[in-house]
Design a protein around this ligand. Sequence first.
Ligand code: PGA
Length: 250
Amino acid sequence: MNKVPVKVFPTPETATAQLAADTATLIRNNDLAGKPTVLGLATGSTPIRYYQELIRLHKEDGLSFQNVITFNLDEYAGLPPEHKESYWMFMQQNLFSHLDIKAENIHLPSGIVDEAAIPAHCDDYEKAIIAAGGIDQQILGIGRTGHIGFNEPGSPKDSLTRAIQLDQITREDAAPSFDGIDNVPTAAITMGCGTILAARRIVLMAWGAGKASIVKKAVQGPVNDIVSASYLQEHDNAVFYIDESASTEL
Ligand code: PGA
């Protein structure tokens, strides 16, 4: 029934420990080969434990991020980096400030580019990913709309980095952290589905009963633009790391 590999773990902690160990192996093997490691990163509540484990491996196990290059999926339109809810701030607080990563190797789309300059900014983002050698491992969460990054329903499979209007459900889910839906941005800049699918390995994480029904649609449903995570069924190295409560409808 599952049209993409799914690994069910007893808890999010066991899943993220495995993913962080996978990531450490990837980084160390690339270091030995003299190659940088290019990581595609995500925000939201889902990857926080993964980031905590990467920080632990850095501090306690000597895992170095000196040769790691990162590209984040998305950023809210209109939020400057110093805004408390910007994804730039999220990444600094939850990961980057705790590692030895070089500032120039960190990439996020900017939320404060003038409207007229957005297409060129997005094009530059795509070119920077290609210039880095492409993404070795992209991690993803999944929204209740089935979005990956901010690729809301209607996003084509070959879409690239671009501005997008946020779905009402996505804005409702963000409302508590913004002290109300009126403060939630209406748009974002996001990597496209095509950008994500170009990664050599993709790991989508999902925790909790609230994700069970969208996980089922992404894993077992038809591949279409109603659930952009369903495109992962057509990738040759994509896997879902989920906990038991997110797996109950499979
Ligand atoms: P969450 O968001 O990690 O906060 O559940 C996931 C998403 O919207 O992609």
